[in-house]
Every structure is written in C-alpha cells, then in structure tokens.
Design a protein around this ligand. Structure first.
Ligand SMILES: Cc1cc2nc3c(=O)[nH]c(=O)nc-3n(C[C@H](O)[C@H](O)[C@H](O)COP(=O)(O)OP(=O)(O)OC[C@H]3O[C@@H](n4cnc5c(N)ncnc54)[C@H](O)[C@@H]3O)c2cc1C
Length: 386
C-alpha cells in the first residue's frame, strides 16, 4: 500500500498577525474589566450577544479575508485565525456572528448574486447581520442527502416547505442557508437534486422555536418553513449543485480553533487556581493536555494555511475535528479528577461555574458539525482505506 500523507504546512506568521493578536487581546481584557461579558465555556456556541458582535464589526474583526468592496479587509486566513483564537480563549460571547463569519459569508462570496454580496456581506462584516445553518432535519443528520425539505418552482421564484432542526443561533439571525430538495430523489444518485437557498427568516411562513439544551440554554432551534416564497436570486450557486457546495464548506466548518478550544477557559482557570500546588500526577495530566493542544493548534494552523492557498483540505479538517473535540471533552473529564464538579444554579466560584457548564455542554462537541464516527469514515476514505 502507498504511504499515506496528511498535509499540515507550518504557516509563516508575520508581524502584522502578531500585532493584530495584541490589539484583539487588549480589547478583550478591557471588555472583561468593564464587565461587558463574563468569560464562558463553549462561547462560540452558547454565548449569543449581538451587541458584542457589533463591537467586533466596528473594529473590523469580522469578514477580514473578504474583498474590501464587500466590507472585508483582504487580510489572510491567518489574520482571521488569530482573531478567532483570542476570542475563544477569552470566552467571549461570539456566537451571533460566528457562522456567518466562518462559512455563510464565504459561501455567499463564492455562490451568491452580486446584489446579495453588495447588500448582505457588508452588514455581516459590520456585525449587524447573522446567518444560521439549515442542514439537519428531524430524520436527517449524518445522512444529509436524505433531507425532505422541498423547494418547488413557482412564478418568479421558489416555494419552500419543510423543517430544519438544531440550527444554532437561528433566533438571532436574519437569514438561514437552507438545503432543500429541488429534484426528484434518486436512490442511485442521492447527492443530486439538492439546492441551497438564502432565506430571510422574517419571510411569511417561517417559524423559529428555541430548543433548551441540558445546560439550560436555548441556543439551537427547530425552524419550520410553510410554503415560504423566495425569489430566484435567493438560490446560492446553481440549482441541483447544493451537495458540492456543502462539502466545500466543511473544511471551514471543521478545522478552526473552536474545535479544540471550547473548554480552554475552564482549563486556564483551573491552572491559575491550582498552579501553586500542582505537582506529580496532576502536573503530568495538565502537561499532557497542553501538549495535545499544541499539536492540534499546529494542525489547525496548517489547515488555515491551505485554505489561504485556496485549497479545500476536507480530510485534514475532519482529522482536526475528530481529535480536537475528543480533547475538549477529555479536558473536563481529567480536570474533574482534581476539582470535583458540583452542579448547581448560582455560582460565585468561577472555576465551578466553568467546569459545570463545560460538563453539561461537552456531549454536543462530538456531534455538532458531523459526528466523530462520520469523521473517521471521511479520514479512512481519504487514506484510501474505504
Ligand atoms: C450543539 C449542536 C449544534 C448544532 N448546530 C447545527 C446547525 O447549526 N445546523 C444544522 O443543520 N445542524 C446542527 N446540528 C446538528 C448536527 O449536525 C447533527 O446532530 C449531526 O450531524 C448528527 O446528526 P443526528 O443528530 O441526526 O444523528 P444521527 O445521524 O442519527 O446519528 C446517530 C448516531 O449514529 C452514528 N452514525 C450515523 N451514521 C453513521 C455512519 N454512516 N457510520 C457510523 N456511525 C454513524 C452517529 O455517529 C451517531 O452516533 C447541531 C448539533 C448540536 C449537538
């Protein structure tokens, strides 16, 4: 068998990247000092604060890689990487704009109409417009090609009917990218006949209902579309090409630092709190976690470098997400050996607040964005083993 190679190039990090990191870090320290937010675990999914997103937009820290004519700054994928990394380690409430910045904006840029680019992208970059992901459905998760939401051609556009499930943050979003079946379902060609639409969530016929998770947060939603009309120019890309578009979004969705830093804020707090007494077994455990974070960071930066070169490293991204999400769960499992977690409602103690919130949120890490079993299948296929 041929040897199998993964490609994780080490990117060159220049002064402008470091200086941007320092700007973001000092802004966040100032915000924490002013009480603008309480650092939280899994902040990129649980922390929704549109006002905070607007502040980031004002500073030019959303959509940084996009062309200037659409509100971007034409910076590199690495500039975006350090912004996201600083936001995550600070536990900042960034969910409102996260998906639009990470993948819906790039999707609009690649497949949207000129009008969509001119009107929507600058608003996303300003932190004023947010987009939810409408992929999963009650009977379709891992097997996305089985989606039952349908879009029928009508005069001047399309009529969409169906239900999307688990759409993170949809309650604060103005739009959702909806994957719908536009062609007949053919069991032999299951990935054909699917189309993506950008649907305004204030359209008649749309209802968005929050679903409470076990940490008590209503971050994801069930969204129902009942004969929702969208004009022809709501189609993203070409009719019937939705599957290809979704798969090209996956490297963006799966490789970022949010796939291994969701519980970092709890780790950092526990190190600060226990640093003076940490020795022996405890020091070894924390040391091995830090070594794994370092390795994952190198891999994730490698994917960012490949994305910056215009490549779509899906297999490497799947590997980062599989290893990273297991690490962020392990962090909490290992820390609770030393800091038993008490689940209660009102916390004065920051470490207990972060640990208990992480414990309740961690089962979702290896599900969202594709389960680890599915990711292993992608990696195996990429290695030529399936
Ligand atoms: C916090 C959170 C946020 C989310 N946000 C969004 C969102 O914004 N938008 C959106 O569209 N979706 C979202 N999702 C949905 C998520 O993408 C799905 O939960 C995920 O893809 C799994 O689908 P499912 O829940 O239907 O599980 P299923 O697909 O039913 O899987 C059940 C089990 O079977 C296993 N399994 C399934 N197929 C295979 C296979 N081929 N080989 C091996 N094992 C398999 C899975 O690994 C899993 O363990 C979110 C989920 C969570 C938890």
């Amino acid at each position: 068998m041929d040897s199998i190679r993964f490609n994780f190039p080490a990117p060159a990090i220049d002064d402008s990247v470091d200086s941007l990191r320092m700007d973001v870090r000092s802004f966040l320290q100032e915000e924490i000092r002013n009480g603008s937010f309480r650092p939280g675990t899994d902040c990129w999914c649980a922390g929704i604060d549109p006002e905070f997103s607007r502040k980031l937009g004002e500073r030019g820290w959303i959509g940084v890689t996009w062309p200037k004519q659409y509100g971007g700054r034409e910076l590199s994928a690495l500039h975006r990487y350090v912004i996201t990394e600083e936001l995550l380690v600070a536990g900042a409430p960034v969910h409102a704009h996260w998906i639009a910045d990470r993948q819906s904006g790039p999707l609009i840029l690649a497949t949207g109409s000129e009008e969509m680019k001119q009107t929507i992208l600058p608003r996303i970059a300003a932190g004023e417009c947010f987009v939810a992901l409408g992929l999963s459905e009650p009977e379709s998760g891992s097997d996305l090609a089985s989606v039952r939401t349908r879009a029928h051609r009508v005069e001047g556009g399309w009529e969409i009917t169906g239900t999307k499930l688990w759409s993170s943050g949809a309650q604060s979003c103005q739009y959702m990218t909806v994957l719908a079946r536009t062609g007949e379902r053919n069991e032999k060609k299951r990935h054909e006949g699917l189309t993506q639409f950008l649907v305004p969530l204030d359209s008649p016929g749309v209802t968005v209902r929050g679903i409470r998770d076990m940490s008590g947060v209503e971050h994801f939603n069930e969204s129902h579309f009942e004969k929702v009309f969208v004009a022809d120019d709501a189609v993203l890309g070409s009719v019937g090409e939705g599957w290809k578009q979704i798969t090209s979004e996956l490297a963006l969705e799966r490789s970022g630092p949010e796939r291994f830093l969701s519980t970092f804020v709890a780790l950092e707090k526990s190190i600060q709190q226990g640093a003076a007494s940490m020795e022996g077994h405890q020091a070894r455990v924390v040391g091995s976690i830090l070594a794994r974070i370092r390795a994952l960071r190198a891999m994730s930066l490698g994917v960012a470098a490949l994305l910056g070169q215009g490549q779509s490293p899906d297999v490497e991204a799947a590997l980062v997400k599989d290893l990273g999400t297991r690490l962020e769960q392990d962090i909490i499992e290992r820390l609770r050996e030393f800091w038993p977690i008490q689940l209660k409602q009102n916390f004065g103690d920051e470490l207990q607040y972060l640990l208990s919130d992480s414990l309740l949120r961690q089962p979702s890490f290896t599900l969202r964005g594709g389960t680890n079993e599915v990711l292993k299948g992608i990696v195996a296929r990429g290695m030529g083993l399936r």
